[in-house]
Design a protein around this ligand. Structure first.
Ligand SMILES: Nc1ncnc2c1ncn2[C@@H]1O[C@H](COP(=O)(O)OP(=O)(O)OP(=O)(O)O)[C@@H](O)[C@H]1O
Length: 250
């Protein structure tokens, strides 16, 4: 289970995260939502070790990971995909995934400290299959469609076998068809294994459709937490973020 406790982060006078306590049960699919500037990306930056918190604890299966480096946090089992995919644009999809496995980080995740070439190929293909990227194995990443670049970014996190997968706006910038495909892929991925998925997403239709738990941030604080039904009808959330019920359904 991933649990953050009393997490705080300030940038000078700006309080981006204010006493946030949230629990993400093992194997759950949760969304973190809120208006622009609410502190969602900062929250992911704190969990993934990109930024140190000002105070508070981040517990992964009971172990406080605050103070660990980003690569140690990946090693401990927290993977992350970004709003703008971070790719090696000149490598093919397969090369990128095998490269991740052959990197010191990838190697250190293997039981015996080394990973034979054939095994990197098998693992890369397994993940490509999970994400529907098999037919793109030999395509140079920079030539992939926007949607496939986002899938590859997720694949790069997934190939290292995380326990928790953080997805920052997985459908940002996509057309309706790509959006549906991405959501179906993420949902299938989550349903098939014990992966804990946490997503930041602005598309409320998607959030309400797939999330078991929704956490609403506003001005760095937790404004509300609950099921889709509870959040949809929460007056404070409607006022701060969703707008009137009529606007929500428009
Ligand atoms: N590195 C930084 N230095 C200074 N202020 C920052 C930094 N990163 C974030 N902030 C501030 O912290 C607050 C929260 O920003 P954050 O990007 O986490 O919000 P967000 O909810 O992800 O917004 P969006 O939905 O627009 O991506 C904002 O006021 C932002 O300006």
């Amino acid at each position: 289970m991933l649990r953050v406790e009393n997490l705080c982060k300030s940038f000078g006078g700006v309080v981006a995260t204010s006493d946030v306590t949230i629990e993400f049960p093992t194997g759950s699919l949760s969304a973190v939502i809120g208006p622009n500037g609410a502190g969602k990306t900062t929250f992911f930056n704190l969990i993934s070790g990109a930024l140190p918190p000002s105070s508070g604890r981040i517990l992964l299966d009971g172990v406080n990971i605050v103070g660990q480096s980003s690569s140690d946090i990946v090693r401990l089992g927290i993977g992350r995909a970004f709003q703008v995919a971070k790719l090696f644009k000149t490598l093919t999809v397969e090369q990128s995934l095998r490269g991740a496995l052959m990197s010191p980080l990838g190697k250190s995740l293997q039981l015996h400290g080394s990973f034979p070439l054939s095994a990197t190929r098998d693992r890369a293909h397994q993940v490509m299959e999970q994400l529907g990227l098999q037919s793109k194995a030999d395509v140079v990443s920079g030539n992939l469609s926007h949607g496939d670049q986002k899938l590859l970014d997720i694949a790069l996190a997934l190939v290292l076998d995380p326990k928790v997968l953080l997805l920052d706006e997985p459908v940002a910038g996509m057309g309706p068809e790509e959006r549906e495909q991405m959501i179906e892929t993420v949902y299938d991925l989550w349903q098939k294994g014990g992966l804990t998925v946490v997503l930041i997403e602005h598309d409320m239709e998607i959030v309400f459709r797939i999330s078991q738990h929704i956490h609403v941030l506003s001005y760095g604080k937790v404004l509300a937490q609950g099921s889709a039904e509870e959040i949809r009808n929460n007056p404070a959330v409607i006022e701060a973020y969703l707008g009137t019920p009529q606007e929500t359904h428009a």
